[in-house]
Ligand binder design. Structure first.
Ligand SMILES: [Fe+2]
Length: 357
């Protein structure tokens, strides 16, 4: 679908990935044919490249609003095919990108200036992009909603301030183009969201917002274990076999543990390591026998030990802390990590597996 803002001569194409409900945007300067793509999806690479070719677009940038957890980006492949530079927020700490953006930086296409606005909260490195009466808000502000904040260094407090202080300070008529919509809506305005967003509309307080966000109880995205590590490398050179997908449960961990226990001591040395990402207090009450306690946030102090094992398995209480630790470690370059991301130690107990105190 092609759209334009009354304030802009920029041509904008909004495209959709049905599987992840992601919007990808192509912004084109009609005079120079220079363009950018925002949040391109791996499965839609052919569609996007064809469109770029048919319209004769000289693609200057492949922009990512953040490290996505629900789909793999095609930014790396788009760069290989078109020569576009990959632009990301500096605070997303992504390897092998071309342009590191800070709050207020501009990307220029033809006569148009796309302004990067740092809008952390959904993830710590989220950015929105404003150009001539339109804001591409990624997963910060969605239509009648906002991104979740329960993993990838998310913060509900930061998200509230990003929306209410940064995006809501844009002119009311600004068109809002989100990173996703799950209900078939394509576009909103700042005025509409100020009025009708059930999470932040009608002047909702930070306390109201925190209350709402704490009670969302969402399941983790299906593809998080492959998408996050892949996206920290722009979707390229990704070895899916290095990561185990959603089916990796505490039961799977038990099988790994059992095998390890059964092999001879001389075979064990650097084979596998099971890591408990809970707090020291939780760990001391009971844990997987011979697991190593690395509370979330301290994993960089144990890098060498983690690198010294062929494979490292992470678990915690519910899977969220392990998932976050996996993200940190993959950013630090480790590819030997698997995590139990949909359950945790309570399941180990329930299943009657041995514990150590
Ligand atoms: Fe997201």
């Amino acid at each position: 679908m092609s759209i334009t803002s009354p304030l802009s001569s920029l041509s904008v194409k909004q495209m959709f990935d049905r599987d992840s409900c992601t919007y990808t945007y192509l912004l084109i300067d009609p005079k120079t044919h220079e363009g950018v793509i925002i949040d391109a999806v791996k499965e839609q690479l052919e569609r996007d490249l064809l469109c770029i070719e048919e319209l004769g677009i000289e693609l200057l940038y492949s922009i990512e609003t953040h490290v996505h957890a629900d789909h793999i980006t095609s930014a790396g492949s788009i760069r290989q095919n078109t020569g576009a530079q990959i632009a990301y927020s500096q605070s997303a700490a992504i390897k092998s990108i071309d342009v590191q953006l800070n709050d207020g930086d501009d990307l220029i296409i033809g006569e148009h200036r796309i302004k990067a606005i740092s809008t952390p909260g959904h993830t710590a490195g989220c950015m929105s992009f404003y150009v001539e009466g339109m804001v591409f808000s990624g997963d910060c502000l969605l239509i009648r909603g906002c991104g979740r904040t329960d993993f990838q260094q998310g913060s509900s407090e930061d998200l509230y301030h990003s929306i209410t202080q940064k995006l809501f300070s844009l002119p009311d008529e600004t068109l809002v183009y989100p990173g996703h919509d799950y209900n078939g809506r394509t576009c909103s305005t700042i005025a509409e969201e100020k009025q009708w967003s059930p999470r932040v509309g009608q002047g909702k307080s930070l306390d109201d917002f925190l209350q709402i966000m704490q009670n969302l109880n969402l399941a983790l995205p299906k593809k998080i274990n492959e998408a996050v590590p892949a996206n920290t490398n722009c979707g390229i050179n990704f070895r899916p076999d290095a990561y185990i997908h959603e089916a990796f449960s505490m039961q799977s961990l038990y099988k790994v543990w059992r095998q390890h226990e059964e092999c001879q001591p001389n075979e064990k040395s650097n084979n596998i390591l099971i890591v408990d990402n809970r707090t020291t207090e939780e760990y001391s009450v009971g844990h997987v026998p011979r697991s190593l306690n690395i509370p979330l946030g301290t994993e960089s102090q144990h890098l060498q030990a983690l690198k010294n094992h062929n494979h490292v398995y992470l678990y915690c209480h519910s899977g969220r802390r392990s998932q976050t630790a996996l993200t940190h470690l993959s950013i630090l370059g480790l590819s030997n990590i698997t995590c139990v991301s949909h359950s945790g130690f309570p399941e180990w107990l329930e299943l009657g597996f041995p514990i150590e105190r």
